[in-house]
Structure formats: structure tokens, C-alpha cells
Ligand binder design. Structure first.
Ligand code: C2E
Ligand code: MG
Ligand code: MG
Ligand code: MG
Length: 282
């Protein structure tokens, strides 16, 4: 079993027992097949809404895996498994290709819908990553400005120098950069100032208690201010009700995402909603 794992390039974690490790290995085999066939893993798109105007500012691509026998498996489960192997690079390649092809389709329909793609630590830190992005943009005939790369504080802090260099190279292509799940990591003020970013996304854990918890409210208020002082657009994720949305509006937050506004949906469903813009704001 160990030999097989080594052959597959599976990184062992000290806290995974044998049973757990077998489950991951099965999942890994299934993921390899899914990446080969290319029809089990698809993308959903969740709108990013301009809080001031209610308009669609862009979408975030979110991976969905429909396992043939186990049903839907969430990205929170399968992405860490991919991330532990070099398969993550194939996955990132496929996700970027699909997302950019979709942006091109929307552009051809006359809609400008910038897409944000989540990028895992290993892909961000891969020295070949910025060139991959450049060639995929060219292949899809999509301007760099129509793509946003979302990276977490955790990814950046894994190797700040490499991450900063990658972000600079992406921005030189016109690609936008966003720090995701902001507030859950441990990036210092020093790094935040050095990072070549366009956008800061406040993590859902702060947003969900915004109206009920004064501590969360204070943190969100100061994060919006910090982001603006650094010249960044500020996005709140995980908005589930109207009160939270209006509190964010009062705080001057720029963009919002959440079930209250729109759930992640298929590309076709999103195209339908673009044709019925009033339905975008609940
Ligand atoms: P994330 O980038 O922070 O994405 C936001 C997550 O919150 C998504 O979960 C989304 O469906 C969910 N969400 C959106 N609005 C609400 C809301 O109002 N309430 C609640 N409770 N949840 C909401 P999802 O799709 O399960 O993705 C989870 C995480 O998996 C993402 O977090 C991201 O880190 C990762 N992920 C998803 N797709 C990809 C991908 O293509 N590549 C990589 N590397 N990571 C991905
Ligand atoms: Mg994200
Ligand atoms: Mg997020
Ligand atoms: Mg999150």
C-alpha cells in the first residue's frame, strides 16, 4: 500500500491513519479518472454583485464534482486530496480552461462577465503558473482584465516571496488578484501592504454575525476601511439575509456574494439571469 502511494506521489500526513489514507487513495483514483474523462467535474458560477448599483460585477467559478456512485463531493473534500499530489496542476489547468472558455462565450453573446478562479497553494507557487495563465488567456482570446485570481492568505504566507512574484507577473498580464477568506489567516499588515492585490474578500465567518455581534461588526468595519486605504475593492462573501446586505452597504463595502443574492449556478442558468437583470437583486 505504501509502495502504491509512493508510486502515485501521494504525500503522507502524520495525522492520517491507514483507514483514512485508504479512503483518500480511493478518492484519488476516482479523481484521476474524473480528470481523464473530463465530464464529472464542472464549474458553477456565483455572482459578485455591486452593492451600490445591484449590478453583476462578475462571477466566481466554483468546482463541482458529481461522482458516478457517491453523488456530489464538495470541493472542500476533494481539493485537499488533489492538492497533496501533482494532479492539482491538471485540475487547475482544466478549471482555468473551462472558466476562460465560458468568459469567451459570454463575450461572444455581448456580455462582459469577468470570472474569478480560486487557485490552490501549489498552483500559485508553481513557477510555471503565470506563463500557463498567459497562454490560456491567449488560447481563449480573453483579455487579462476579465480574469481574477483568488488566493488565500494561507497560500501567500506559505512562501510570501514566491507568491508576491507570481502575483506581480499575473498583474502584468492585466489579471486581477484577490485575497480570499481574508481574516482567517495570519498575514501581517506588512505583507498586506507589499502584496500586489486588487481586491480583498472578507471571510464568511465575520459576515455571518455582522448584524448580531458587535465584535464582528467592528472587524468588518475596520477591514473595509483598511482595504479602501490600500486602494483595494472590498468584497463580502456569504451574505444570507437582507439585514446583512444593508449593514455592508452602510459600511461602504463594494461587492457582495451570498445565497441571499444568488447561489452558485450553471453557466446556462447564469446566462438566463443576465437576460433578466432585475432577478439578480433579491
Ligand atoms: P471560497 O472560495 O471561499 O468560496 C466560497 C464558498 O462559500 C463556496 O463553497 C460557496 O458555494 C459558498 N457560499 C457562497 N455563498 C454562501 C452563503 O451565502 N452561505 C454559505 N454558507 N456558503 C456560501 P464551495 O463551492 O463548497 O467551495 C468551498 C471552497 O473550495 C472555496 O471557498 C474554495 O476555497 C475551494 N474551491 C472551490 N472551487 C475551487 C477551484 O476550482 N479550485 C480551487 N483551488 N479551490 C476551489
Ligand atoms: Mg473564493
Ligand atoms: Mg472565499
Ligand atoms: Mg471561504
Amino acid at each position: 500500500n505504501l509502495a502504491k502511494e509512493q508510486r502515485l506521489g501521494f504525500r503522507r500526513f502524520s495525522n492520517t491513519g491507514t483507514g483514512d489514507s485508504n479512503a483518500r487513495l480511493t478518492l484519488l483514483g476516482d479523481l484521476r479518472r474524473a480528470l481523464d474523462t473530463g465530464d464529472e467535474i464542472t464549474l458553477n458560477y456565483q455572482p459578485k454583485i455591486d452593492i451600490g448599483t445591484g449590478e453583476l460585477a462578475g462571477v466566481e467559478a466554483l468546482a463541482r464534482w458529481q461522482h458516478p456512485t457517491k453523488g456530489p463531493i464538495s470541493p472542500g473534500t476533494f481539493i485537499p486530496v488533489l492538492e497533496a499530489t501533482t494532479l492539482i496542476h491538471r485540475f487547475t489547468h482544466q478549471v482555468l480552461t473551462e472558466a476562460l472558455t465560458q468568459v469567451r462565450t459570454w463575450l461572444d453573446l455581448g456580455h462582459r462577465v469577468p470570472v474569478a478562479v480560486n487557485i490552490s497553494t501549489r498552483s500559485l507557487l508553481d513557477p510555471a503558473f503565470p506563463n500557463l495563465v498567459a497562454s490560456l488567456l491567449q488560447q481563449a482570446r480573453v483579455p487579462g482584465e476579465q480574469l481574477c485570481i483568488e488566493v488565500t492568505e494561507h497560500s501567500i504566507m506559505t512562501d510570501p516571496n514566491t507568491a508576491i512574484e507570481a502575483l506581480h507577473r499575473l498583474r502584468s498580464l492585466g489579471v486581477k488578484t484577490s485575497i480570499d477568506d481574508y481574516g482567517t489567516g495570519y498575514s501581517s499588515m506588512t505583507y498586506l501592504r507589499l502584496l500586489p492585490l486588487d481586491e480583498l474578500k472578507i471571510d464568511r465567518s465575520f459576515i455571518k454575525d455582522l448584524v448580531t455581534d458587535t465584535g464582528s461588526h467592528a472587524l468588518v468595519a475596520s477591514t473595509v476601511e483598511l482595504g479602501h486605504n490600500l486602494g483595494l475593492a472590498v468584497v463580502a462573501e456569504g451574505i444570507e439575509d437582507a439585514d446583512t446586505l444593508s449593514a455592508l452597504h452602510e459600511l461602504g463595502c463594494d461587492l457582495a456574494q451570498g445565497y441571499h443574492l444568488a447561489r452558485p449556478m450553471t453557466a446556462d442558468a447564469l446566462t438566463q439571469r443576465i437576460h433578466r437583470p432585475a432577478a439578480m437583486v433579491a
